[in-house]
Design a binder for this molecule. Structure first.
Ligand SMILES: [Ca+2]
Length: 290
């Protein structure tokens, strides 16, 4: 009897404590915040993609010149052997360090780097053919190479002196063109400096566009071979703004380029500026009239 009275007294005490004591902790209330912030974050934010962590010497490239279309080149240790055009030979990643630059101005660092091809004239004997600079675009998760040559050096052709970061957006290509109808032995002596960035068309296709000294195609350009009577409005890239050289563009016949077959409905053309005494070749695109 006495025992049950004690027991019910204990129950009363528990109930009293439940009613008048401190309120139970509210998990959503302010009192729970300090314990949450002091515990370690269960899922740390992943590291952002760093293009400098990509080893371009171990990537599959597409090698091309402005004349000869792309071949796949799986580099290992910066080298690969294989065919290019009528040649068999070897590909090697350029000697210069890759250039890290936000070439499309989207906030992510892209890469510009070069690759060379030499053909094998005899066992273990190679003759240099061409070096081409390409853009690798960073989409925030990976690098993807643009197949269009940004700039290129070739035998008896344009020679690239440097590709460097522009003060504003893009890269500055310093190169020298051959004089029109000049002999190879005279070398490339006509200095050209152009600033190039990547711009996107309405379908989000990336294109190389020259922004300085005037809007034009920003990639490598085949040299003028002879005058032509071709016409048409020259654009910087298919579907983008008109090229606007300082003087009227005069379309000429140039060395054949694979880019001419690349885009449905568009021709890839070389033009001069009217009255240009140096016959400097620039490139652009005209809408095909069928
Ligand atoms: Ca970018």
């Amino acid at each position: 009897m006495h025992r049950s009275v004690l027991a019910s007294g204990a129950v009363m005490l528990v109930l009293a404590a439940g009613c008048s004591g401190d309120p139970a902790p509210d998990p959503t209330g302010p009192s729970s915040e300090p314990s949450e912030s002091s515990s370690p974050s269960p899922s740390p934010t992943p590291e952002p993609f760093d293009p400098q962590q990509v080893d371009l010497a171990e990537q599959e490239w597409q090698f091309a010149t402005v004349y000869q279309g792309p071949v796949e080149v799986p580099l290992e240790g910066g080298e690969a052997t294989g065919g290019f055009g009528q040649w068999e030979g070897k590909f090697e990643i350029g000697e210069d360090e890759p250039l890290y630059v936000d070439i499309d101005d989207d906030g992510d660092q892209d890469v510009v780097a070069s690759i060379s091809f030499s053909f094998e004239t005899a066992p273990e004997t190679y003759q240099w053919v061409a070096t081409t600079w390409f853009v690798w675009l960073n989409d925030g998760e990976q690098l993807t190479q643009l197949p269009y040559p940004l700039a290129g050096s070739g035998d008896c052709d344009t020679q690239v002196d440097s590709v460097t970061k522009a003060d504003d957006v893009g890269v500055v290509v310093d190169e020298a063109q051959m004089g029109w109808q000049s002999a190879c032995a005279e070398g490339a002596g006509i200095e050209v400096t152009r600033t190039v960035q990547v711009s996107y068309d309405q379908d989000d296709q990336p294109w190389l566009v020259q922004t300085d000294p005037f809007p034009s195609w920003g990639g490598a350009c085949p040299m003028m071979v002879e005058p032509s009577d071709s016409g048409g409005e020259v654009r910087t890239a298919p579907g983008l703004e008109p090229a606007s050289p300082e003087d009227n563009p005069v379309i000429v016949t140039s060395g054949e380029s694979w880019l001419g077959d690349e885009v449905d409905g568009w021709d890839f053309v070389t033009y001069l500026q009217e009255e240009d005494p140096n016959f400097v070749s620039y490139c652009g695109w005209t809408q095909r009239s069928n």
